[in-house]
Design a protein around this ligand. Structure first.
Ligand SMILES: [Fe+2]
Length: 323
């Protein structure tokens, strides 16, 4: 990825010059100083799962982890719905998701939005993402909005979710976001953007927020990076509900805890707290069957995602790990 989009709707509310799905609605933005507050969540361990994408089997795997480990809090950091675009599947997911502390990602925000302002899926895709992908995402979002329209209370629940949370695990302050520290759908915590940023910018972000670790998602590819001699750590879980590495079929979540996870793929320690990427080993065959019911061959989601669901993206563990 090369360039980033920072366009917004004009203050006058004029139509954006960028196509639907290409820009950040102005109400997606927040000032990093919002993170300088008392924690919303205090727990000895968290598992932060973004990009569940309606994968009920991935939620099964996350719930099994929570059950196996006492005092582990599951936090959903957005885009929990996506592929679940049949009334039955969407309804089942919505009933389960409502039980957990959650953020609204761009998917929840655009499902909940009363009038379409032309944001499409709200993904704010960078220019190097193919326009076919963007157009298909907008169609998927329209179907989800239709599902929510037939499920009383769903859009209201999603629209009321916060855009960010602050958690305290031991001595570490955790900023939980969907995109980045500036916008709900920001791409500044994408692996390549993190590799291109400066220690100076991240030092300023740490000083402004008082946050030690940001846990993000949204970009669909994972990354763990440290800045300013370890004073700020960014961990992006990629997707909990889709594979993240070439040739694999498991999702990924972020675990932050006083004790380490036995199955961590990689991680760092921040103020004595373990910040790790853990696998979400979902039942891939069962998920494939659900996916096929909603998105058969020739459908928008099949065109965009079937390859990744079956074989993973062109991305390696080495690219995600600190380097
Ligand atoms: Fe997203």
């Amino acid at each position: 990825m090369t360039a980033r989009i920072n366009a917004t709707v004009t203050p006058e509310g004029r139509a954006p010059r960028l196509a639907a799905g290409r820009f950040c609605p102005v109400d997606y933005r927040y000032d990093p100083s919002v993170f300088r507050r008392a924690p919303d969540i205090v727990a000895p361990a968290l598992v932060v799962a973004g990009g569940l994408y309606g994968n009920g089997q991935a939620l099964d795997a996350l719930e099994a982890r929570v059950k196996a480990e006492r005092h582990l809090a599951l936090v959903l950091n957005g885009d929990a719905h996506w592929f679940d675009a049949t009334p039955d599947w969407f309804g089942r997911m919505e009933a389960r998701l409502a039980a957990y502390p959650a953020l609204r990602g761009n998917v929840e925000t655009e499902i909940a939005r009363a009038g379409d302002i032309g944001a499409g899926c709200g993904c704010a895709y960078p220019p190097d993402v193919d326009s076919g992908v963007v157009e298909r995402s907008n169609i998927i979002l329209a179907r989800l909005r239709d599902m929510a329209g037939h499920l009383p209370g769903a859009a209201t629940r999603m629209g009321a979710l916060p855009m960010h949370l602050v958690a305290q695990v031991g001595d570490a302050r955790i900023g939980i976001v969907h995109g980045d520290a500036w916008s709900l759908a920001g791409w500044d915590f994408a692996h390549d953007a993190l590799d291109a940023t400066t220690d100076e910018r991240m030092r300023l972000l740490q000083e402004t927020t008082g946050i030690d670790v940001f846990a993000s998602t949204h970009t669909c590819l994972p990354a763990l990076r440290r800045f300013d001699d370890g004073r700020l750590t960014i961990i992006n879980n990629g997707a909990a509900g889709m594979p993240n590495f070439t040739g694999t079929r498991f999702g990924l979540a972020t675990r932050i805890g006083l004790t380490p996870a036995p199955d961590a793929l990689y991680g760092v320690t921040v103020k004595g707290v373990h910040v790790e990427a853990v696998p979400v080993a979902y039942d891939a065959a069962a998920f494939d069957a659900d996916f096929a019911t909603a998105w058969p061959e020739g459908s928008p989601a099949h065109a965009s995602y079937a390859g990744r669901i079956a074989k993973g993206p062109t991305f390696t563990l080495a690219q995600a790990m600190p380097h």
